[in-house]
Design a protein around this ligand. Structure first.
Ligand SMILES: [Zn+2]
Length: 400
């Protein structure tokens, strides 16, 4: 196939137009573009076309996807859930390589063209998960772009040896260094933050910290993160995942913390947690200029059976739990599942303009608000100019 034309779809935030694709990029946008010999045409009248969906926070290595139903039995606290996961994964003996491949293929079918995945690094598995996921990313590179966060799921300072492993992970190709509740898990915020910021600075990595700690504990942690971001000149390279505390602060305290996030260009990821867990007030953060993105978090894993890996559905959940009903709110949720994540990942050529990478999703919807509200089947998913999924099924070679 020499090229592709997506004919007659409405562009998100644009007119109804044809999109001509050549060499993996958007070559032209206009009305009634000529079809060149050898090019394929997708008749997409009545559809919406948007850039590829971006899952900014996944855990590919730990999904139970493709295995028999796992009844959730984990306890209510973070540390109980961490211990439960270690026990269950040990009993099941699943391959992180195979599991990540299974989930990657599902994400492609749902229109995800970019994913940031946190991969467990720690004394028990060492770098085995990292190397397994890297192998699968390489095998699927034509279908989806993956960015890896080396993630210390069991803590940093409380697990001797973890820092050396995180450093080695960066040398082995992890693009981002993770962290985890410097107070709640490690009870040593200066120790954990100094150490992971030092690795990021030394190895040229970004930082993405899981911050579940609530209320003032979380807020104080954000102050410490902002201080280090400023001191090391890492503005635009640091993200907070979850940041439940932002949904719990008094207005004046929230104002001060939000200003720190904006001034240091620290991005915030929320996946809109269930069960009344507080989460960041996303419209307020967006209005104040804080960069926002979203992700699936664990899909069908030991933490929850409920996340599906569908980023249009995730945008719907963000809107639903935030109480958005207006089109602007629905579009904000979709922006978090597209441009927001792409910016955080530094995705090259992302967008819907001529010259952008031809990473596109086409759905039956009148506009973006309807796409979020209905999160319909993905008619076509296009990655680097090739159709990689059609009507919800990925077109990938079979797994061994
Ligand atoms: Zn996570």
């Amino acid at each position: 196939m020499d090229g592709l034309i997506v004919r007659g779809a409405r562009l998100w935030q644009g007119p109804v137009a044809d999109i001509a694709i050549a060499g993996g990029r958007i070559a032209a946008i206009g009305r009634e573009l000529p079809a060149h010999a050898g090019s394929d045409t997708l008749e997409a009248r009545g559809c919406l076309v948007m850039p590829g969906l971006v899952d900014g926070h996944a855990h590919l290595d730990k999904t139970l996807w493709g295995t028999p139903w796992h009844s959730h039995r984990a306890g209510p606290t973070l540390l109980e859930r961490i211990d439960n996961e270690r026990r269950v994964l040990g009993e099941l003996g699943l391959s992180p390589q195979r599991q990540s491949a299974r989930l990657l293929r599902h994400l492609v079918a749902r229109g995800t063209t970019h994913v940031r995945t946190h991969v467990d690094v720690g004394p028990d598995m060492q770098l085995a998960h990292l190397h397994g996921v890297q192998a699968m990313c390489e095998a699927h590179r034509e279908f989806i772009d993956v960015q890896i966060v080396a993630f210390p799921q069991t803590g940093v300072m409380r697990q001797p040896g973890t820092l050396d492993l995180l450093d080695q992970a960066a040398l082995d190709g992890a693009q981002v260094i993770g962290g985890l509740d410097p107070i709640g898990v490690d009870n040593d915020p200066h120790g954990q933050l100094n150490a992971i910021f030092a690795i990021a600075e030394r190895r040229g990595c970004g930082i993405d910290i899981h911050l579940h700690d609530r209320g003032e504990t979380g807020a104080a942690t954000i102050e410490m993160i902002a201080e280090r971001t400023r001191a090391l000149g890492l503005a635009g390279r640091v993200a907070l995942s979850h940041a439940f505390c932002l949904g719990m602060l008094e207005p004046a305290r929230l104002d001060a913390i939000v200003a720190l996030l904006r001034d240091n260009d620290i991005a915030v990821m929320t996946h809109a947690p269930s069960g009344g867990t507080p989460f960041p007030p996303i419209r307020l953060l967006a209005e104040r200029g804080v960069r926002l993105f979203t992700g699936s978090d664990g899909v069908r894993d030991c933490w929850s059976p409920l996340n599906t890996g569908d980023m249009l559905e995730r945008a719907y959940l963000l809107a639903y739990l935030s109480g958005f009903r207006d089109d602007a709110g629905l579009e904000l949720a979709l922006t978090m599942a597209t441009h927001g994540g792409a910016q955080v990942m530094g995705a090259e050529g992302y967008g819907l303009d001529v010259g952008c990478a031809a990473d596109l999703v086409v759905v039956q919807a009148e506009n973006a608000a309807e796409a979020v509200a209905m999160h319909p089947l993905r008619r076509w998913v296009i990655k680097r100019g090739r159709v990689v999924a059609r009507d919800g099924s990925a077109k990938l070679p079979a797994l061994d």
